[in-house]
Write a new protein. Structure first.
Lengths: 500, 142
């Protein structure tokens, strides 16, 4: 460790302490189980939108995109576009009805809509699976960051972030996390905006040099003709449709006071994400111009200020970027841990410990520890999976499972529990196989690799087709309360109805 | 919803300065006015209620489909366009490659604009629906 790293270490320490301090305010505010899960549904749209932005912009957004753009070029711009457009799809198809359903979590929604414990259990399992798949790269990102800025051992980052998140989630649940995350959105934006502007000025001062071999690198589709086109469109489908099915995204909608507020919050989020995503590709492109090696893919955001600016200013900018990166790990991991802990405590821990009369809050705290411990171990075991790629796979799983369930559940009266369960299983089997295949590093060559590396383009249609087909075959089992529930999902709150 | 009754005690005539009339509450407090008759149609799941809900569902789904179509045409078509015309990747606008300007910058205001448009129209659809259900003077509810 060198003295140069001092600003970065100070910055990371400050972010961690600020996160814990703001979180501990929540301890005094959080009184009930409802506070813990959904901040008692009393968060205003602007604060809520900042919190959603803070929670959503993960290690993949902060570090991963710049690295992918550096190595692969303009085709990787589809990641940030898809992560933003996913919110537009969520807005127009899901936001208000999901809020009006009045459920806490995705499994709650499934049970309310289909009156089936089986589908609920399946959804709980999927929330935990997607959440863990998404948490693991966040913790890996923390390891890479501490290693880059201070040459710390790579196990330190995952363990540190996991411990802070478990403490924070346990201390205040959703309400304290809302404040922490709103703070972290603005921190992350500042941490890219200020260094980004300085680096842009340096680049212009150098006469705006261009990178070599611009043509291929500026082509916004993957290499390989037809298979490249497939890969790009499959990625687009996964991100556009997967956002709505991420457990930490949907849980956020229950913190809005009503359906109209849920919509307005989502539009503000679109603006906040768009502003943020202008910057990561800038770092990737400048990294290319200034010759950051492709080996530095996931660390280009951290390395670039030192590379382009000499002396103390470069170190201070590195510190700022490192602080933003840490905010990204902490906020996304907190949101995911809350979503996973909510499901684990309701469906696993509380029933198991019911005989011992464990309170809801105690069960939630216990679940929080389990929720971060498992992906922390996985991150330590598999340190070499690309951050944005792993997150991309989590989107593909969400798009193949919860997306059909939400869309058909909200807009189609004839969905049955059997149809939903079969569709979820088919979608999960397809996308899950692809995840195991890709994380395992196997290869069968040719189209097989292409199809398994980006499964969404076939697994999403398969899940939809199964859900619709099996529902039509079991038409006599449409839940009797379907009409009444759809009324509740789509009627504005100003109309007085029996919302039972 | 049938047993939300409130009875006002038989009235003593009370002047402007007299004490407020006493109220005996025999059911859960009502937060709003009594249910509107057409809302009751929806509650009772009548054919008429079905028609009302169907009209709202179709309006909202149609709106969603239009916004998504704009998303597919404006953004989703770009990979195909660049696949068919790869030379576009070498086109520069204002000193920067066209593909970077489109995908790195222009996409985000476009998405925000679609979102704002959707929220305005969706709230308008809901307001019309609430108006349709209101048997009272529709102008009052604006």
């Amino acid at each position: 460790m060198t003295l140069d790293a001092a600003p970065a270490i100070v910055a990371v320490t400050l972010v961690t302490l600020a996160t814990l301090t703001i979180g501990s305010f929540g301890l005094r505010l959080s009184r009930t189980t409802s506070d813990f899960f959904v901040a008692s549904r009393a968060v205003n749209p602007r604060l809520n939108a900042s919190a959603i932005g803070g929670e959503y912009l993960s290690a993949a957004s902060f570090l991963g995109i710049a690295g992918l753009v550096l190595t692969l070029g303009a085709e990787m711009l589809w990641y940030p576009i898809g992560w933003t457009a996913g919110y537009l799809v969520l807005l127009v198809l899901v936001a208000a009805p999901l809020r009006r359903s009045g459920a806490y979590t995705l499994p709650d929604f499934a049970e309310a809509r289909l009156a089936s414990r089986g589908v609920r259990a399946l959804c709980s399992m999927l929330v935990v699976a997607i959440g863990w798949l998404y948490l693991m790269p966040q913790l890996q990102g923390a390891g890479i960051t501490l290693h880059t800025i201070a040459e710390a051992p790579t196990w330190l980052g995952p363990v540190l972030v996991a411990a802070v998140v478990a403490a924070n989630v346990g201390s205040g649940g959703m309400r304290s996390v809302t404040l922490v995350q709103a703070f972290q959105y603005w921190l992350k934006l500042t941490a890219l905006l200020v260094p980004g502007m300085v680096l842009l000025a340096v680049w212009l001062g150098d006469g705006a040099p261009r990178a070599m071999g611009g043509g291929e690198w500026s082509l916004p589709i993957a290499d390989g003709g037809a298979s490249g086109l497939y890969t790009t469109y499959s990625l687009i489908l996964a991100t556009f449709l997967g956002t709505m099915g991420l457990p930490h995204v949907s849980v956020r909608f229950y913190t809005n006071p009503d359906g109209a507020a849920a919509r307005r919050t989502t539009v503000v989020v679109l603006g906040l994400l768009g502003a943020f995503y202008l910057f990561p590709p800038l770092f990737g492109a400048l990294g290319r111009v200034y010759g950051a090696g492709p080996l530095a893919a996931d660390t280009v955001v951290l390395e670039l200020p030192r590379l382009m600016v000499d002396g103390a200013l470069g170190e201070v900018l590195t510190g700022l970027v490192a602080a933003g990166a840490f905010a990204a790990f902490l906020s996304t991991s907190s949101g995911l841990a809350i979503a996973i802990a909510g499901v684990l405590s309701q469906d696993v821990i509380a029933p198991t410990l019911a005989a011992r009369r464990v309170s809801g809050v105690t069960a939630f705290r216990l679940a929080g520890v389990v929720a971060v411990a498992v992906p922390c171990l996985a991150a330590l075991a598999m340190p070499n999976v690309g951050v944005a790629r792993a997150v991309g796979l989590a989107f593909a799983v969400a798009a193949s499972t919860f997306c059909p369930l939400l869309l058909l559940g909200i807009w189609w009266r004839r969905l049955t529990a059997v149809g939903a369960a079969l569709g979820l299983l088919v979608g999960f089997a397809g996308s899950g196989t692809a995840v195991v295949w890709t994380l395992g590093g196997w290869s069968a060559g040719g189209w097989w690799d292409t199809l398994l590396a980006q499964p969404a383009a076939w697994s999403v249609p398969a899940a939809f087709a199964t859900m619709v087909g099996a529902s039509l075959l079991t038409a006599e089992h449409v839940p009797p309360h379907t009409n009444r529930l759809l009324v509740r999902l789509h009627t504005p709150e100003t109309v007085e109805l029996d919302r039972g | 919803m049938t047993d939300r009754t409130e009875r006002t005690e038989p009235t003593r005539p009370s002047g402007p300065s007299g004490p407020a009339p006493r109220v005996r509450v025999t059911g859960p407090p009502r937060r709003h006015r009594s249910p509107l008759p057409r809302g009751a149609d929806i509650d009772a799941d009548t054919a008429l209620g079905d028609v009302y809900l169907g009209s709202l569902l179709r309006a909202q789904l149609g709106l969603a489909a239009r916004v998504l179509l704009l998303l597919v045409v404006g953004v989703g078509s770009l990979p195909l366009v660049f696949h068919l015309f790869p030379s576009l990747a070498r086109v520069d606008v204002a000193g920067l490659p066209l593909s970077w300007l489109l995908l790195g910058v222009a996409v985000y205001p476009y998405l925000l604009m679609l979102g704002l448009h959707y929220v305005r129209r969706a709230e308008h659809n809901e307001a019309s629906f609430a108006e349709l259900l209101s048997h009272r003077d529709p102008e009052d509810r604006r």
